[in-house]
Design a protein around this ligand. Structure first.
Ligand SMILES: [Zn+2]
Length: 328
């Protein structure tokens, strides 16, 4: 009997000391000093890759080209239910429809991409919070609408392919008035105050209201998930026009608790080097390099070459040798 107790005690201390020495960094990556973005690459090597996101979009370096507009399908029907998840790093929202899930095509994607979830990145103060910057300007919040390529059959499978994921990023700026559509989501946020908690609620939500009025004006480039494992499998579209939120609505997000049981704030990754990539823009009016008619070097399209940086389908279906992401 005594021997059994000793064995149990030894097992207990091994377990406890294991926790102390391991400090659960793999499970508790985050945005604090002890587990923040500068540490990620030591556990997730792809986070140290050369085609990472987010980036600072420099408008004088944009390449203007034609990218067909996005088409949004099943966006007109109102959402019936949403499932909120406090991931410990953000709040994810999955939409539950009576009919077919929303999907997009166009936008140089070359295929249908199905909506998986959307989530938020925000700051402790409203001079920061967005992941992408435009000429070093930051917004207080950024929404990521995450889609996966339908032909891969599932989100998990799509994350293993270089063209598997498309994210539509929407900047959110401060307004005096509440955003009534966002409020439909914000009403439920106190229900997922603790990390790892989930909540399903009935909601009357129009997804189009979470997009800017103008969706044909955007920045476009190829990059990665902005959280571990940082897979370089994301076609990024960053809309130029923001939507709005009030300070009091933002404060509801700021009161969420993260996986370290601290206030969930500043859950954005610093911008990453662009390296050899090009950022395209779909609209006229910005300064930049215009790839005019007759130029073939910057046109999107199927099989124009094998570069993974060009808009359009480029045959980029090779397996990505990266870890599976936990989320975006
Ligand atoms: Zn994100």
């Amino acid at each position: 009997m005594l021997g059994r107790v000793v064995v149990l005690l030894v097992s207990y201390f091994i377990a406890v000391s294991g926790d102390i020495h391991n400090d659960n960094r793999e499970e508790h990556w985050g945005y604090h000093d002890h587990n923040g973005p500068s540490d990620w690459a030591s556990l997730y090597p792809t986070c140290g890759g050369s085609h990472q996101s987010p980036i600072n979009i420099i408008t004088s370096d944009l390449v203007h080209t034609w990218i067909d507009p996005y088409h949004f399908h099943n966006y007109e029907q109102n959402v019936q239910q949403i499932k909120l998840t406090n991931t410990g790093h953000s709040v994810n929202v999955e939409v539950i429809f009576a009919n077919e899930a929303p999907y997009i095509n166009g936008g140089g994607l070359g295929d249908d991409y199905i909506l998986k979830q959307f989530h938020f990145h925000w700051g402790s103060i409203s001079s920061q919070g967005s992941e992408h910057n435009v000429d070093s300007t930051r917004y207080p919040m950024e929404i990521h609408n995450v889609f996966y390529k339908s032909s891969y059959g599932s989100y998990d499978e799509a994350t293993a392919h270089s063209d598997g994921i498309a994210v539509l990023a929407v900047f959110v700026s401060i307004a005096t008035d509440d955003n009534s559509q966002l409020q439909n989501i914000i009403n439920f946020i106190p229900e997922v105050n603790q990390a790892e908690s989930t909540f399903v609620g009935d909601v009357d939500l129009n997804l189009k209201a979470l997009l800017p009025m103008t969706t044909h004006s955007f920045y476009w480039y190829r990059g990665s998930f902005t959280t571990p494992g940082c897979n370089e499998v994301v076609t990024w579209t960053v809309f130029k026009e923001p939507i709005t939120i009030s300070e009091s609505q933002l404060d509801v997000f700021r009161n969420l608790l993260d996986s370290d049981n601290m206030q969930m704030q500043d859950n954005f990754r610093p911008t990453q080097p662009l390296n050899d990539r090009v950022v395209y823009t779909s609209s006229v009016g910005d300064s930049g390099n215009y790839a005019g008619p007759g130029s073939t070097s910057n046109k999107p399209g199927v099989g124009d070459d094998s570069s993974s940086n060009k808009p359009g389908v480029d045959g980029g279906v090779e397996q990505a040798t990266t870890n599976k992401p936990y989320e975006l």
